[in-house]
Design a binder for this molecule. Structure first.
Ligand code: MAN
Length: 351
């Protein structure tokens, strides 16, 4: 069955071969999961760049940042009985989990939303400090007035949490460290306050009771979060049975806050779905579509670093007020684009 996404014919828009590694000796394995924003009259992507050394048949090797920001390479023999390497994204060695790649965030910009290039004079964003030694990933970019809030996954041996930095010019950044501690990711701050409070979707995970569910929180200042409530859960026997997580900031519509999220089943197939929150009380879920709005169908979505994945954490609402352009990671290797009509999304939601 097709989905309701209108993919760009130019997909993939960005592939690892288009970009130069950050460090000598590393090679780019994946370009994926961009945050999206408008700045200086252009469309910008904050792309996750995942790097590692070229692999061979003897060892698995991956970079880790040290406390001073230097890169060290860890090597584990593939025939070591203490190594579990069944998922392309993570390995477990002697009971400790590591990522197979180290990610940083890199800016790309475009006049037309299709052809993206790296701008000169803007920094790459790397993990800093002991809570980002395994890198920073999947950044949501929220604009409020002239300030951009960057919420990203911060990974280290201490766990996976949500880091935040803010900027107004994309050259100078203020860091707020970890705003939501492990295990948490997929944090998107709303682009407007509601009744004087900041709101954010996020995804804590529990290894015992509970699961990989989407939660909503409130904050008086955009930094300190409270009143956490679980609003969207995985659905047994459905496409989102194993995990769900928010995409970018929900879109304000006349029917409510429209959230595009990712869900995966136990086979790690990632699709996109939608739910709608009450405009004045976002803790109220008004609608949650049963069917996904997008699923991996194209060759560049079905095979790559980690196949059968469409994952978005960034979009633009076009001036016509109906078209939403999402940028998304395909197969965890490529950056792609697709358009949706809000009216068609509302039909899927049954309203
Ligand atoms: C997790 C994260 C994402 C990734 C998906 C699909 O949610 O690691 O970065 O895109 O899995 O692999």
């Amino acid at each position: 069955m097709p989905d309701i996404a209108k993919r760009f014919p130019q997909n993939p828009l960005l592939s690892p071969k288009d970009v130069t590694p950050s460090t000598e000796g590393l090679h780019i394995a994946c370009l994926l999961n961009p945050g999206v924003f408008k700045f200086d009259g252009k469309i910008w992507l904050l792309v996750r760049v995942a790097e590692r050394p070229l692999q061979n048949e003897i060892v698995v090797s991956f970079p880790i940042l040290n406390e001073k920001g230097g890169t060290e390479i860890m090597e584990i023999p593939l025939n070591d009985a203490d190594l579990i390497a069944t998922d392309a994204r993570v390995v477990r060695y002697k009971g400790v989990d590591y990522l197979t790649t180290l990610s940083h965030l890199r800016l790309f910009c475009s006049e037309d939303g299709v052809k993206f290039k790296e701008p000169e004079g803007y920094p790459k964003l790397f993990g800093t400090g002991m809570l980002q030694t395994f890198g920073i990933e999947d950044c949501r970019v929220t604009q409020m007035d002239d300030k951009y809030y960057l919420t990203f996954t911060a990974v280290s041996a201490s766990g996976v949490g949500v880091g935040m930095r803010t900027t107004t010019d994309w050259k100078n950044f203020e860091s707020f460290g970890m705003i939501l501690p492990p295990h948490n990711k997929d944090c998107a701050i709303f682009e407007e306050k509601v009744n004087g409070m900041y709101y954010a979707l996020h995804r804590p995970s529990s290894v015992d009771l509970g699961g990989n569910y989407i939660w909503l929180a409130q904050s008086p200042d955009g930094v300190h979060w409270g009143n956490h409530q679980c609003i969207i859960k995985t659905r047994p026997d459905n496409w989102d049975s194993a995990r769900v997580g928010a995409g970018a900031a929900p879109i304000k519509t006349d029917k409510g806050w429209l959230a595009i999220y990712h869900g995966a089943n136990i086979e790690h197939q990632y699709c996109l779905g939608v739910f709608l929150l009450d405009i004045n009380d976002p803790y109220k879920v008004i609608a949650h579509a049963t069917e996904p709005i997008m699923k991996p169908l194209e060759p560049y979505e079905l095979s790559g670093f980690f196949g059968h994945v469409v994952f978005t954490n960034g979009h633009i609402v076009e001036p016509d007020g109906d078209t939403v352009t999402i940028y998304y990671g395909a197969a965890d290797e490529f950056v792609c684009g697709a358009k949706f009509s809000l009216n068609e999304i509302f039909k899927v939601l049954g309203i």
